[in-house]
Design a binder for this molecule. Sequence first.
Ligand code: PBG
Length: 326
Amino acid sequence: MFPTERPRRLRRTSALRELVAETTLAPSDLVAPLFVGEARDHPVAITSLPGQMQHSLSSLHEEVRRLHSAGVAGIILFGVPLRKDELGSGAWDPDGVVQVALRSLRDEFGDELVVMADLCLDEYTSHGHCGIVRDNGTVDNDATLELYARAAIAQARAGAQVVAPSGMMDGQVAAIRSALDDEGFSDTIIMAYAAKFASALYGPFREAVDVEIANGGDRRGYQQDARNRREALREATLDVEEGADIVMVKPAMTYLDIVSDLRRELGVPLCAYHVSGEYAMVKAAGANGWIDETAVAMEQLIAVRRAGADFVLTYFARDIAEELGR
Ligand code: PBG
C-alpha cells in the first residue's frame, strides 16, 4: 500500500516551503536587552554572555545604531550603577544610569525604534532583592510598590516609551499605571513581566549586572514556581486587568506551554524573554563546535514565535537580524 496523503509534496522546493510556512521571524520581531554601566569610558565584556557588554554611553549609542540599521524593533535597558543602597535609589534618581542613557538615546533616535526600560530594584539594592527587605528577610510587597511608582515616573520622564516591571510584586502594574497617569504619562506603555519564573537560567544575567542576592537567598518568594501552569494564566490575567499593555513570559524555551496558553486566552500583545542562560548555553555549545550556533538560535526563536509570541527579547537580536538581512 502506498500513501494517498503526501504532505511531503509541499516540502519539495525552498519556494514551496516559503509559500506554506506558518510562522515568520523578522528583525522587527526582536528586542535587544542592553546593559549600560554608570560613568564608564569603555565597554566591559560580560564573560558569561559572550558578545555582550556592560556598555559605556558611547558604545551603547554605537550598538543601538547597529541594531537599528539591522531592523531590530527595539531595545530594553538594564543599568549597572556605581553605588547600591538598601532601597535601590538609583532606580528613580533622575541622574541614575538608566535615566541618563534613556535621555541620551531618545535624543539621538527619537521614535525610530522602541526604547524600553526594565523596571526593578535588584540592580540598585545592596541586598540584590527586587524590593524592600523586612527584618525577617522577606520582601515587603506593598512598600515596594511605592518605589516602583517612583522608578516608573523617572524612566518615563527620561524618555522611556515602555516601562517593563520585572519584580513580580502583586499589584505592581496597577500602581505603576496610576502613578504614570497622575504625572501625565498616559501614553507610556507598560510591558509586564507577567509570568516570570524563578529560574536558574538567570545566572549569567546576574553576573552581567553584578547582582548577588544576600545570604545565599533566592527569589522563590516572589517569582513563580516552575511546576505551575494555571498560575501563570492567573498572573497574566491580573496584569491585563491592572492595565498591562503587553505581557511577557520568561524564560522562553522551558515555558512555551505558557506562551501558548496566554496567546489563546489573552487579547494583548505577547512576548517572551529568551534569557541569559538560554543564550549562554547556545553560545557555549557553539563555541565548542558541538552545534551550529546561528541555526540553533534561529530554531529557538522560531519556536517562540510558533508558540504564539508576537516578539522576542533576545541577546541574539543583532546576530539574527543581520543573518536574516543577508
Ligand atoms: C530582574 C531581572 C532579571 C532578569 C531580567 N530582569 C533577573 C532576576 O529576576 O533575577 C533576567 C534576564 C536574563 O537572565 O537574561 N530585574
